[in-house]
Every structure is written in C-alpha cells, then in structure tokens.
Design a protein around this ligand. Structure first.
Ligand code: GDP
Ligand code: MG
Length: 739
C-alpha cells in the first residue's frame, strides 16, 4: 500500500514523513527544500506501508517544478490514499489546496497538523464539521510531537479500502457551471479518469491538461469566452467556498490579532535598515567563534601575559590570548593527526620510495584535510542552528529587497546560501526558480560563495600570513569578498546579458522555534559524511596521482628536484600565465599553479597538494610534531616570491575559479546546454583571473585602485549616456520582437 503526503510548504510533511518512516530527511524552512519526492516505509505490527513525501505546493496548477512533481505523482502513480497535510494554525489558506485535491478520484484524508500549537493557544478545530464540509475523514495530529500518527494511519488505511469519486466545490459557480457540465460530459464520453478534476482544469485553460487531452480541451475551449479569466473565477470560487463554510471552524481567537513572539523578534531582525547589518554581525560572531585565536579579545587588551616557553597547553588553548572553541578543537585535531602521521612515518622503512609516497603524499595530503574537520563542524553547527531556527528564511526575505536591484529575487538567495555549504546542492536547488534567466544567472554566481571545501585554504593561509592573530578576519574577509564579487557580477550580468525584471518572490516566514537537537545533528552528520567521503576517495586518490606526477620525470625516472618532474615541467611551461597574478612568480611559483589547478577538480585538493609539496621540502620527521603541517606549509607560503599580495591573489583565484568538477556536473544538469556550461566555465575562470590580478596589483601598488575607480566611473557614465541616447532614438510605438 502506498500513501502520499501532500500539502503546502511548511505544513510539516517532511516532519510527518520522518516520524512515520524513521528516516532523517532534511526538514527545511523554505520552499524548494523538497523539490523531489521522497519515499520510505511505515512499519507497524507487521504491516508495511510505503509513504511518499511530496514537495510542498499551494495548488495543482503546473507553474512550479514542485507542482508538476506532486500533480504527476498523484495522477499517474495512483497512491492508495492521499494524506492532505494541513497546517491547522493556518487553516483557511491550507484548505485552498484541499479543494483541489478533493477533485481527484482518489481516497483522501485530511491530517490536521500542528495541533499542539493550537492547543497551546487554547484553540480547537471543529473536526466533525470540517469532515462534513469536505466529505473526507479528518484526523488531528502533531507530527513534531508524534501525536495521533497511528490513528491517522488507521483512518488512512480504512480510506484506502474504499473508492472515492472526485468532488468539486466550484463546479456550481454560476459563471462556469455550464462549461463544467459540458466538459464532464465530454470526458465521460471519452472514458477518461479523474473526470471532475480534468473538467475543472480544462475550464481553467490548464496547459498540462491541454497537452494530455488536446481534443477535449479544444472542444471545451470553443465554448469559452476569450474575454473571461476562468482561472481567476475558479480561484475566487474556491476562496468563497472556504470563507463561507470554514470561517467559524476554529474556536478561539486567531493569533494574528496579537503580535506573536515571532512577530516581535522579526520587528528587530528583519528591520528595513538594521536587518542586513544585524545579519553581518551575526555572521561575524559565528566566524569569530570558529576561527579566532583571540576569542574574548583578552589578548588585544593585553590581559593575559604570553610566555616564551612552548607548552602543549599553550599550543591548544592559545598563548597570550584565549582561542575560540573552533580553534581549540582544530589544535587538538592537528596534534592528533600529526602524532599519528609521525607514528606512521616511524613505522615505515627508511629510504624506499613508497615511504615517501605514504608519508609525503597520502599522509600529509589527507591529514591536512582531516585536521580542518573540527572547524568545519563548528561552522556548520552554527549555520545549521541559524537555519533550523527559521532565521535564514528571514535573511532571504531581507535580501529580497536588496536582490531586486540586481535582477534576482530572494528566491535565488536560498540556493546561493546553500553554496556556502557546497555549490553542488546549491546549484541543484536552482530548480525552484521558474524564470530561466534568473536560474542561469544564479548558477553563474554560485561558485563565488565560499564553500566548505575552500575553508581550509583560508584557515591555513590566514594562520600562516597573520600568525593566527586575525585568522577569523581573513576567513570572514574571503566570504565577504565572494559576496562582493557576486554582487558586482550580478550587476554586470544584468546590465549586459540577462536584462529584465526579477520574478516576484512570495515566501511564508515560518515561526521561530528552537532548533531540534536531532535535526541539527543530522544536518551536521550529512555534511561531515560528504566531506569525509571526498577526503577518502577523491583527495586520497588525487594526492597519489600528484605525488607520482611530482616525483617522476617524463622519462619515468625518480627525480631529486621536483622542478624536473612531469607536473613541474608542465607547470613551468604555463606558470608565466600566472605571473601577472603574483603567485606564479619565483622558483616555487609552479607549485601554486599546480595547487590552483588541482583545485579545479576539488577545492579540498588545494591545501593537500601544497601539503604534498611542502612535505617534500623538508624531512617531515625533523619538524616539531605539532607543526608538521603548519611549518612546512608555512615555509612554502611565507616564501612566496610575490609576498603577501600574491598569497591573497592565490586565495582569490581559488575562491572564484571553477569550484570543482562535481559543481560543473551539477550546473550542466540544470543548464542542459553545452554552450551555456562552457560560457559559465569561461566566465568563472575570467573573473578569477581578473580579480586575482587586481588583488595582486592593488596589494603591490595601492595607487592602481585609484585608476580602477576612475575606469569604473567612466564605464558607468558611458552606460548612462548610451541608454539616454537610445531612448531618444527609439521610435515610440515599437512592438516587442521578443528577445
Ligand atoms: P514541509 O515543508 O511541509 O516538509 O514542512 P517541514 O516538515 O519542513 O516542517 C516545517 C516546520 O514546521 C519545521 O520547523 C517543523 O519542525 C515544524 N513542524 C512540523 N510539524 C509540526 C507540529 O506538529 N507541531 C509544531 N509545533 N511544529 C511542527
Ligand atoms: Mg519538506
């Protein structure tokens, strides 16, 4: 037996699905989290029932991918019962979808969710009346508290045994009654299924119905008056029915009258002016907690004396200052991995080639990635908490106002936000954007957002360049740089490529609530799993390949000087390309070029590649155990020929270039066009190259920034001038020829 959960976004379908099936699907706070359906099974006393979590929808019209997925599933896969999940705290709006689902020839029940919230407000739904109005069973549940679920499944199973014919509450609306009757007749003659549903859709002029039954659609269409907006009439009739029959169905005072706690919080957090600054401060606090080596600024105030004598205590908790929790965990992990590395190195025979492969290749490569896990976990923990509490949905709302100026809507903020975790799901989430222009543009911007895999690069370079004093600022700065470049990019793309207005953005803000421990942990685990998996496969594999390429010459001989190796030779040929970016300069320049190129495969590779190179520079065993990574890597980075500007240029290049092959694959999946994907790849590389060069040159000669400002001002001036002249020349009654 198969039950399908259908309902509005945020009505609690996924929570219900998880409660029924014991799975750990992502419970999201915004539309688009569940674009695809998800299946699991409910087991009780030997009965097994398949449960399908459909994406959240407001109607069964095929305007969004969610609506298409849900509608097709219900009609084509014929679930035994449709469980219409309804948010009882928002009853009338949720019932709009109910009036549509009930038109299908499928058994259905209404699961009245969030009853715990109603009960708290001392309100009650007249269940019997609701069941009478819609002619289907109604069960009160709380998905979150696990209340009423077994009863719900029992009622649903009973409903599955019967047959149900579709009923419409709008068929008798005067303006369409005749038309509906006619359509029903035609569908009946043709022996169609879901006659009531199809008739209403045909009257509405529904595109999908037109594709399905073109003949009937045309016949019905001939009776229609072109002047009349039938869709609007049908929608009105649905609302009218709901207001007439359901207004008194919930007892007690609706909460809307009084400001709820969430509304009060929102007055501050989504303030017109303060919203964005507050968001930036919150984000800074998160980065500070994760990366700072001067957590409470006690060091900056000189409150703690620093000592010269090294001690493990100081290495972990900080010297002359207190490390942030994230940094403390990082230090612990660093000590653990480097001790383990030392153990492995000690156990390997000396002077044989495979010892070098294991120690300098695999161990230093993989361990340098592993040692960043604590900080990644801490950062993601905070982000998950912000997401689960409902705050991130607010940020999308705040951002919508700003995004509009750049031709995007708050809708694209959500996928872009995901890119901070990983660009792959972020790019996939652009599925929810209806406007193809907006979707393409969002994909183009996606890699600029610093993902989890780039984090180790910032953390390592920050620690090396500033001795850890301001690592949090560096990391925060890279994230901000990515955002700034994305904004500038958006402006340019809108100006020259994707012209036009952004689609409207409507989103329901969920109530704030305390994040659920289990949920947060599940999020964390999923992210960690992803990272570990990549460390174990792609990264370990690639470090081996890179080790060989950097230790073997074209004539298959082991080399003394890595410059003679295959990769060294190739990189030296191309490193002149990166001289203008600073990091291609000097004797070690090619190493950074190779690292940057490995980053195009996966960004985790950058640090591990440099780690591999650094490992070969010194005898790892002679270095202090807890500094295996930082010292060797530190020597390499602080010895860059271009100095600190080159290091920053290197970071900028990694921030903005092609994020990884997986992301390219995902982008191709969404764009489905070879031309577009090549354009995107070219664009990312171009932006990375230009910005990286700018970073280097401005870092080296500050006055270049003045020229730059002048050039930008001139460009804007020219653009405004050209637009003005165009307007003057353009004839008045020009018809649109489409673009
Ligand atoms: P979906 O979009 O329909 O899949 O909704 P979700 O399952 O993602 O739930 C949206 C939000 O409502 C989440 O924050 C849930 O924790 C919350 N929620 C779901 N069911 C209940 C419930 O019965 N009671 C309460 N208080 N909250 C719930
Ligand atoms: Mg969901």
């Amino acid at each position: 037996m198969k039950f399908a959960l259908a309902g509005n976004p945020n009505c609690g379908k996924t929570t219900l699905f998880n409660a029924l099936t014991g799975s750990t699907a992502h419970v999201g706070n915004w539309p688009g989290v569940t674009v695809d359906k998800r299946e699991g099974s409910y087991r009780k006393k030997g009965v097994k029932i398949d449960v399908v979590d459909l994406p959240g929808i407001y109607s069964l019209s095929p305007y969004t991918p969610e609506e298409v997925v849900s509608r097709n599933f219900i009609i084509d896969e014929k679930p035994d019962v449709i469980v219409n999940v309804v948010d009882a705290t928002n009853l009338e709006r949720n019932l709009y979808l109910t009036t549509q689902i009930m038109e299908l020839d499928r058994p259905m029940i209404i699961a009245l969710n969030m009853c715990d919230v109603l009960a708290k407000a001392k309100r009650k739904v007249d269940v019997k009346k609701l069941a009478d109005v819609f002619g289907v069973p109604v069960v009160e549940i709380s998905a979150l508290r696990g209340k009423g679920l077994d009863e719900m499944m029992r009622v649903a199973a009973k409903a599955a045994d019967g047959v149900r014919e579709g009923r419409s509450v709008v068929a008798d609306a005067p303006a369409i009654a005749e038309l509906v009757k006619e359509a029903k007749q035609r569908y009946a003659d043709a022996g169609a299924d879901n006659i009531v549903f199809r008739s209403i859709k045909a009257v509405e002029g529904d595109e999908q119905e037109k594709a399905k039954n073109p003949r009937i659609f045309e016949l019905v269409g001939m009776q229609r008056n072109d002047e009349v907006d039938y869709e609007a009439i049908v929608a009105d009739a649905r609302y009218k029915f709901i207001t007439e029959h359901c207004s008194g169905i919930v007892s007690g005072k609706p909460q809307g009258v009084k400001l709820s706690k969430s509304d009060k919080i929102d007055k501050v957090l989504t303030h017109r002016i303060w919203g964005i600054p507050i968001f930036l401060v919150i984000m800074f606090a998160v980065f500070h907690l994760t990366f700072s080596e001067d957590f409470l600024y006690l060091g900056a105030m000189g409150a703690i004396p620093s000592t010269k004598t090294p001690s493990v205590w100081n290495d972990i908790f900080g010297n002359g200052a207190i490390n942030a929790p994230g940094t403390i965990l990082f230090n612990l992990m660093d000590i653990a991995t480097s001790s383990l590395g030392e153990l492995i190195a000690g156990a390997m025979p000396e002077g044989v080639w495979y010892s070098s492969l294991v120690n300098d290749g695999i161990v230093s490569g993989v361990f340098s990635v592993l040692s960043f896990i604590p900080q990644i976990l801490v950062l993601f923990l905070f982000l998950s908490i912000l997401e689960d509490s409902g705050y991130m949905a607010r940020v999308a709302f705040i951002m919508d106002r700003a995004f509009r100026k750049f031709g995007l809507s708050g809708k694209s903020f959500l996928p872009l936000l995901m890119c901070f975790g990983c660009a792959v799901p972020g790019i996939m989430a652009t599925k929810t954007l209806e406007d193809p222009k907006e979707r393409r543009m969002t994909i183009m911007l996606a890699p600029f957002f610093s993902c989890g895999a780039k984090l180790p690069i910032w953390a390592a370079f920050g620690a090396i360049l500033f001795g850890g004093q301001h690592s949090d600022l560096i990391v925060y700065g890279m994230y901000v740089l990515g955002i700034v470049i994305a904004i500038v990019s958006a402006i340019l793309l809108k100006m020259f490529v994707f012209k036009g207005e952004a689609s409207p953005f409507i989103m329901e803000l969920p109530e704030y609530h305390r994040p659920q421990f289990r949920n947060t942990m599940v999020h964390l685990w999923q992210k960690l799993k992803h990272y570990l998996f990549r460390a174990a496969t792609i990264i370990a594999g690639s470090t081996v390949v890179i080790w060989f390429l950097t230790n073997i010459s074209f004539s298959f001989q082991f080399v003394e000087d890595q410059g003679d190796s295959i990769l060294g030779q190739i990189a030296q040929v191309f490193s002149w390309l990166f001289v203008p970016l600073g990091f291609g300069m000097g004797e070690d320049g090619w190493k950074f070029v190779v690292a940057a190129f490995s980053g195009l495969i996966a960004k985790e590779m950058v640090v591990s590649t440099l780690g591999t190179f650094a490992g070969m520079q010194e005898d790892a065993l002679e270095v202090d155990s807890d500094q295996l990574l930082s010292t060797a890597l530190g020597t390499l980075v602080s010895g860059m020929a271009g100095g600190a500007p080159a290091a920053f240029a290197f970071m900028a290049f990694n921030l903005l270039s092609v994020p990884c092959m997986a992301a390219v694959g995902a982008a191709y999946g969404e764009m489905r066009s070879g031309k577009q994907i090549w354009a995107a790849i070219g664009y990312w590389m171009l932006v990375a190259y230009v910005v990286s060069a700018l970073v280097y040159w401005i870092g080296t000669y500050w006055w270049i920034s003045l020229i730059l400002v002048a050039l930008i001002a001139a460009a804007i001036g020219i653009k405004i001038y050209v637009d003005k002249t165009k307007k003057r020349i353009a004839p008045k009654n020009l018809t649109h020829s489409g673009d």
